[in-house]
Design a protein around this ligand. Structure first.
Ligand code: 28F
Length: 639
């Protein structure tokens, strides 16, 4: 069939089509894709030109609207694209910008230094991929208009009215022949427009959806720019009352950094070049990170917070850090898989210098803040080291086997975990008695000295530094946290045997909290028990008949019984395990035939953990109230 000529095009138009033909042939090459992502890219190309005008200092408001019929309108209050004729093109600048690839922005002599728009391809591509597009320019008192169909001008730029406004407005309706979807997503646009407002402080960006049943609008305006961005990102609340802001401007580049630490452990750092999100980082981010680490180590050493051979890693220094690094430069080189990495090597030095000077000054002038954030990094290092040790401790079986089990451990001779049990005994004296009174075939004893470290306040590394805790982890052999593997547990029953007094209940709560926080599966699978030593021994007067009572109720009942047979009982209150000799301890608390063990459930452990957090946490008022309300129950809290 002969070639069908489209009567819409004239000779001149063919020339324009040749200019934009490749865009319609391979849209993906120009805007990335023709799916929803490519559709929204059209908006960003137009908006970027308005932002360029704002960055050049001639525009402070950009209005974006999804119109009722699903087109998108972008309007700025800048100078307006020049309406005069470009000699060598024989066309108005407006028509050139809208129909020539890469016309406008830096390439087009538009005097834009830091154009982000040409990270993309310019508004001519939007024009080529739009079923229709209208451009209005308000300039020098006149209002000019031009319309296009799939990139082809319907008529030259024409003056259509008078106006005192100034600026450029582009309205376009994407071409359904190109795009898989024409449905703009308000939230997608909102996210990018808000980001642009953060990155361009003082610029007001208004977004409006006028589509039926989807009407909504929002305005983004941040005098504080990326400082407000960090504040929004750092919703946990920061260590410094206000993010630190560093700015360095020269003819060829701008560096802006906002940063703030929080009490968390993760790092959130966003980097940008000419408003483009450099997801893959690049030289600007490297300059920031290496300088931060260097300053922390130098300052930490000078403050004697770091021993001279100790070094903080970059990770340690960025724990809890929220930061935005935004640079603008004349000729950004974007590299990487998705062009999300800045390649200009001079930016590494520029950022390192600007940040190094200003942040160094900050540390010098704010020793208290400096000490706080560097100490946080040092803690991070310890946590990392300890976590590594813990992994080694519980992972490297060879080391574990060769690791001498704690000297205080009196292990049992049987090695079949299903038959063995271990008593965690408070205090050396009771520990000694238990070691001699036990059945050493299947009963192991691990004395616990004093109060084991309270795990409420301490981070993992502090917990693991405590001898008691380390001894338990090594002895149990099943690891902790995500490494906890109950199949490796060396004992079927872990029995907490502490005094029946308040101290004893305190250490019991500590132990249960430790199991709850570091070895949940061991509780869940029913391996943790509480020994129930007697509270009283009642001896019938004038005889050797003894009765051990394990609660006040049992004591009263027995005394009642004695009274009923006209006997008196001599009461001995056991204050601690150490008051019993090895036979008594064996008979009352360790002999499987006669003892009472209480299996700890997750609810018990959780309750203990709550009580523990209350008793050990930093809410004194809640603690006071709790103790007052539960004073009589504290005994019963002996799980
Ligand atoms: C709705 C999107 O596209 N705004 C724009 C300008 C301003 C100038 C300009 C644009 C000159 C010759 C390339 C005005 N006066 N918003 C926009 N605002 N382009 S696009 O110039 C384009 C260059 O061709 C402008 C003086 N210098 C530049």
């Amino acid at each position: 069939m002969g070639e069908v000529k489209n009567s819409r095009y004239t000779q001149n138009d063919i020339q324009v089509l040749e200019g934009l033909e490749p865009v319609r042939k391979r849209p993906g090459m120009y805007i990335g894709s023709t799916d929803e992502r490519g559709l929204h890219h059209l908006v960003y190309e137009v908006v970027d030109n308005a932002i360029d005008e704002a960055m050049a200092g001639f525009c402070d408001t950009v209005d974006i609207e999804i119109t009722a019929d699903g087109a998108v309108s972008v309007q700025d209050n800048g100078r307006g694209i020049p309406t005069g004729i470009i000699e060598k093109e024989g066309k108005s600048a407006v028509e050139v910008v809208l129909t020539k690839l890469h016309a406008g922005g830096k390439f087009g002599g538009g005097g834009y230094k830091f154009s982000g728009g040409l990270h993309g391809v310019g508004v001519s591509c939007v024009n080529a991929l739009s079923e229709w597009l209208e451009v209005e320019v308000a300039q020098n008192g006149g209002l000019y208009k031009m319309t296009f169909n799939r990139g082809v001008a319907q008529r030259p730029l024409a003056k259509v009215g008078e106006t005192q406004r100034h600026g450029t407005k582009v309205v376009f309706y994407p071409d359904g022949e190109i795009f898989e979807t024409l449905d703009f997503q308000y939230d997608t646009l909102k996210h990018r427009l808000q980001e642009l407002a953060f990155l361009n402080k003082g610029l007001r960006i208004n977004l409006k959806d006028s589509r039926p049943l989807r009407e909504q609008s929002e305005s983004f305006f941040y005098e504080g720019g990326i400082v407000e961005y960090v504040q929004q990102l750092n919703n946990k609340g920061g260590l410094l009352e206000k993010p630190l802001y560093i700015q360095s401007i020269s003819d060829d580049y701008q560096v802006e950094i906002a940063m703030q630490y929080n009490n968390g452990y993760s790092e959130t750092i966003y980097s940008y070049a000419n408003n483009i999100n450099t997801h893959e980082g690049g030289t600007h981010l490297e300059g920031f990170k290496t300088t931060l680490t260097k300053l922390f180590n130098d300052y930490g050493t000078s403050l004697k917070l770091l021993k001279n051979e100790e070094k903080l890693s970059g990770e340690d220094c960025r724990e809890g850090l929220v930061a935005v690094v935004s640079v603008k430069l004349v000729d950004p080189q974007f590299e990487g898989q998705t062009k999300g990495k800045l390649g200009n090597s001079f930016m590494r030095t520029v950022v390192a210098k600007a940040f190094g000077e200003k942040f160094g000054e900050f540390l010098e002038e704010n020793p208290k803040d400096a000490r706080e954030i560097i100490s946080k990094a040092i803690n991070a290092k310890k946590a990392r080291d300890a976590a590594r040790n813990a992994r080694d401790l519980t992972r490297r079986k060879s080391v574990l086997e060769s690791t001498t089990l704690p000297g205080k451990l009196a292990d049992c001779s049987d090695k079949d975990p299903r038959k063995c049990e271990i008593y965690l005994v408070e205090g050396d004296s009771a520990g000694g008695t238990a070691k001699t009174g036990r059945d050493r075939r299947f009963q192991a004893i691990l004395p616990l000295r004093g109060k084991i470290l309270n795990v409420e306040k301490a981070r993992l590394h502090r917990v693991l530094e405590s001898e008691e805790i380390k001894n338990m982890i090594t002895t149990f052999g099943c690891g902790i946290n995500e490494e906890c593997d109950v199949s490796k547990l060396k004992y079927d029953r872990i029995i907490c045997m502490t005094d029946a007094d308040v101290d004893g209940s305190h250490i019991r709560i500590l132990l249960l909290t430790f199991f709850f926080r570091f070895m949940k599966p061991v509780i869940e699978q029913g391996h943790v028990y509480i020994a129930k030593p007697p509270l009283y021994k009642i001896t019938q007067k004038g005889s050797k008949i003894e009765k051990y009572c394990y609660s006040d109720q049992e004591r009263d009942d027995y005394l009642e019984y004695l009274k009923s047979i006209d006997k008196k009982g001599e009461i001995q209150r056991y204050k601690g395990l150490g008051e019993m000799d090895k036979e008594q301890l064996w008979e009352t608390t360790m002999d499987p035939e006669t003892r009472t063990l209480v299996k700890v459930t997750m609810e018990d452990a959780e309750r203990a953990d709550d009580v523990f957090s209350l008793l050990m946490g930093d809410e004194p008022e809640r603690r006071r109230v709790f103790i007052e309300e539960n004073a009589n129950l504290v005994e019963e809290l002996d799980v």
